[in-house]
Design a protein around this ligand. Structure first.
Ligand code: NAP
Length: 312
């Protein structure tokens, strides 16, 4: 059905991720047709542009789905507006500033009979499903997550990452947790965390987390750091009875004992839009909050340590 009559879509928040990934993927996805854009500062060529979502949805009742590419804090109100208007909603990650918000959105989508999709783009990285299949029938002994990148390189000028609801280094770290919760055959539970928060920021620049699984078993250690210059590291390693499985490049490449077994081209956002179309067609939603819950638990249980101020 969607191939014959593409779903009219509006994009809201035209920043880095909207330009780098959403707009190209939407144009490659036959199930959607971009009809409008909402941004306070930017414009998208070839479609009608608005500066707020209310005006957009009032003027364009043909729009049936919205992709919300705003930071988490302003995204909640936009999601409420879109759901109230009866639109299907795609949420960029992290899906909310709080778990309470995401419950409200899931309930409202159900009440309105529309789809809501909390996207975790890293889950669509090409080696994630091969890694999940590998771990499914192995005895796991230890999992180590190393997610170290340079905030100046990846978030230039994005002051919101340091404000409440900006997530700090959890903004990339939650991508690792979205992969972890997808590939592990067990539920990861937080045991301890350490949050290094610059004196002039509300959110952490470095985090370590120790997780386990119910009933003992194995440990999962995570190290998220935004102060890494030079080579960047987005890696999950699992020691198993079938060898050392490593997922590198944020989920792009999988190797076992150093031998590459999966390395396909990246197509995360094409996968996201295909899944959004499939969910709409099936009349379903996908609101898996486990990555956000681990971040929330780290904030509940973690020890906060002040570190030197951060200046871009
Ligand atoms: P960004 O470049 O700062 O863009 C966000 C856009 O949202 C802004 O351009 C702004 O557009 C709009 N906006 C509306 N209200 C805002 C407010 N109160 N504060 C800031 N912006 C506001 O951020 P981004 O990197 O695209 O990230 C957006 C979301 O995508 C985040 O949740 C992030 O975690 C996620 N994401 C980012 C990346 C990445 O590589 N950057 C990757 C995956 C996911 P107008 O001013 O024009 O309205």
């Amino acid at each position: 059905m969607t191939m014959d009559s593409p779903i009219p879509l509006a994009i809201v928040g035209v920043g880095k991720i909207a330009r780098d990934q959403h707009l190209p993927s939407i144009s490659r996805t036959p199930a959607f047709a971009l009809r409008a854009a909402v941004s306070r500062n930017a414009e998208v060529d070839g479609v009608q542009n608005f500066t707020d979502i209310e005006a957009c949805l009032a003027a364009r009742p043909d729009v049936k789905a919205v992709a919300l590419c705003l930071p988490p804090e302003p995204r909640f109100a936009a999601a409420i507006t879109a759901l109230e208007a009866g639109c299907h909603v795609l949420l960029e990650k992290p899906p909310g500033a709080t778990l309470g918000e995401t419950d409200v959105l899931a309930d409202l989508a159900r009440e309105k009979g529309v789809t809501i999709f909390a996207t975790w783009h890293s889950r669509f990285a090409p080696a994630v499903q091969p890694a999940k299949a590998f771990l499914a029938d192995r005895a796991i002994r230890k999992v180590t997550i190393t997610w170290r990148e340079d905030v100046r390189r990846w978030h230039p000028g994005q002051g919101w990452v340091w404000e409440p609801a900006g997530f700090g280094v959890f903004d990339p770290g939650i991508n690792a947790l979205s992969i972890l919760t997808e590939i592990l055959p067990d539920e990861a539970l937080l045991r301890a965390a350490r949050l290094e928060v610059p004196e002039n920021a509300a959110t952490p620049i470095g985090v370590t987390m120790t997780m386990g699984i119910a009933g003992g078993g194995y440990e999962i250690d995570a190290d998220f750091d935004w102060r890494q210059e030079g080579p960047q590291t987005w890696e999950i390693a699992a020691e198993t009875d079938g060898g050392l499985m490593s997922l590198t490049g944020g989920g792009k490449t999988m190797a076992v004992d150093g031998k590459v077994v999966s390395d396909e081209p990246e197509a995360e956002y094409d996968g996201i839009y295909k899944r959004f179309a499939d969910l709409i067609e099936a009349g379903e939603s996908d609101m898996d909050m486990r990555p956000l819950r681990l971040v929330a638990d780290a904030c509940l249980l973690g020890r906060r340590v002040a570190v030197e101020p951060f200046h871009e």
